[in-house]
Design a protein around this ligand. Structure first.
Ligand SMILES: Cc1cc2nc3c(=O)[nH]c(=O)nc-3n(C[C@H](O)[C@H](O)[C@H](O)COP(=O)(O)OP(=O)(O)OC[C@H]3O[C@@H](n4cnc5c(N)ncnc54)[C@H](O)[C@@H]3O)c2cc1C
Length: 402
């Protein structure tokens, strides 16, 4: 949106708590050693080098003062004429909130580093454990959440176990390592079609993932994962991909916030009851008769809203009426391992090797920067042929806490 707005005669201040943009759909690749962090992240200042009216401040926004048109941030107060909130979402741990320091979420680059380090630390540690059951606990991995992120991370770890670990850990009996995927709903990928769900199940099973559908996880004590039906699984590593919730910002009128925390916006992405605040992306719930629960928290929704709102600002500044936003569903996809994917387009659903090629092309095109696109293509091409993954270093070490 900042890029598009920069064509207007306005001064744009872009604020982010990080100095980089993250391409979240490929976080699982960093978490499982398939790509470097720099492939999927890009410094914001570098993106806007040539944009003379876009300014950047690295700051965390805490609250909005609607009447004074000011933001409170960790670097002080910032005034604005128009405000666009696009802070996205954060992990939602549901009943696992109390044990969140014992599990590993996958929402940021730091999370991805933590997962990679913890997997590697545990593999190293497992060689020192003599008792079979204790060793299993150290190397077992449980992924909670059978949505796109969960199946992608489970598939990548299963491939790592099959192709990479026998080379790197020849002393380890890998039949002791179990990769579990727990999903509360009766099927995987509930945001996608039945075909996609069935194919994803089959691909994951072929890779050796133990899939538990209709399985509500109830508790975790750092060693035992307990299900609602009383069954329990020993695992030291629990990866959480089971939900997100909108980032919270205080100071907004309560009537413009839905119970789940998303901001109520009208058809122009304008916050209800506000004349100068807009919201786009995961944080915004654009509710309509066709979408009573709001649009899905997906990248194409965020990008389309951003472009549309920038165009609407042009109309606003020239005193013309705004055009309502209309989401064009371009489809959803997910990949399982290095060769398989499932793709649901509005008029065509397909799975398998061709779907994987489509998935790969779209993800490479979506990365920011020529270097990132090329490096990703090279890394993936190499691992496609030699079945290896380039990265297994432990930086930083990760420790669970209470
Ligand atoms: C693991 C994973 C896999 C995904 N896979 C897919 C996929 O395959 N396809 C798909 O369409 N979508 C996918 N998504 C969802 C997609 O990434 C989001 O829908 C999209 O990024 C939303 O864009 P956004 O601009 O609303 O928020 P974000 O991209 O999350 O950007 C929000 C920005 O706000 C910053 N921020 C947050 N709070 C503050 C604050 N208080 N102050 C200052 N800055 C702040 C953050 O640092 C961040 O840079 C995935 C998400 C995850 C986590």
């Amino acid at each position: 949106m900042a890029k598009k707005l920069s064509k207007l005669n306005v001064r744009i201040l872009l604020i982010d708590k990080n100095n980089y943009h993250t391409f979240q759909p490929l976080l699982y690749q960093v978490a499982t050693g398939g790509l470097e962090a720099e492939n999927i992240a890009y410094p914001i200042r570098k993106i806007f080098r040539r944009y003379k009216n876009v300014f950047f401040r690295m700051a965390e926004v805490f609250s909005v003062n609607e009447s004074e048109k000011k933001l409170t941030t960790n670097i002080g107060s910032i005034a604005y004429d128009y405000l666009v909130l696009a802070m996205g979402s954060t992990n939602n741990y549901f009943n696992f909130e109390k044990v969140k320091n014992k599990i590993l979420p996958l929402k940021s680059l730091t999370d991805a580093f933590n997962i990679r380090s913890y997997l590697m630390q545990n593999l190293e540690r497992s060689l020192l454990v003599k008792n079979v059951e204790d060793q299993e606990e150290v190397v077992n991995v449980a992924v909670i959440g059978g949505g796109p992120a969960g199946i992608e991370v489970a598939g990548a770890i299963a491939e790592m176990k099959k192709y990479v670990l026998p080379l790197d850990f020849p002393e380890l009996n890998l039949s002791r390592m179990h990769i579990y995927l727990f999903e509360a709903a009766p099927r995987l990928l509930s945001v996608m079609s039945d075909e996609a769900s069935k194919h994803a199940f089959k691909y994951l099973e072929n890779l050796g993932v133990i899939i538990k559908i209709s399985s509500h996880v109830k508790d975790y004590d750092g060693s035992q994962l307990i299900l609602e039906d009383g069954k329990s699984f020993r695992t030291d590593t629990v990866i959480w991909t089971a939900g997100v919730k909108p980032v919270k910002i205080s100071g907004l009128t309560q009537t413009s916030i839905l119970p789940g925390g998303r901001l109520k916006v009208d058809g122009h992405n304008k916050l209800l009851n506000s004349s100068h605040i807009f919201a786009i992306g995961d944080i915004a719930a654009c509710i309509s008769d066709g979408n009573p629960r709001g649009l899905p928290m997906l990248a194409p929704v965020a990008i389309q809203q951003a472009v549309h709102l920038a165009n609407n600002f042009r109309l606003l500044f020239s005193g013309k009426p705004l055009i309502p936003f209309n989401y064009k569903n371009k489809g959803v996809m997910a990949t399982i391992g290095r060769k398989r994917a499932v793709v649901d387009l509005p008029k065509w659903k397909f799975q398998g090797g061709f779907a994987w090629l489509v998935w790969m092309s779209i993800h490479i095109i979506s990365l920011i920067g020529f270097r990132n696109k090329m490096m990703t293509l090279i890394d993936w091409s190499i691992s496609y042929f030699n079945y290896d993954k380039p990265l297994g270093i432990i930086i930083p070490t990760f420790k669970k806490s209470d």
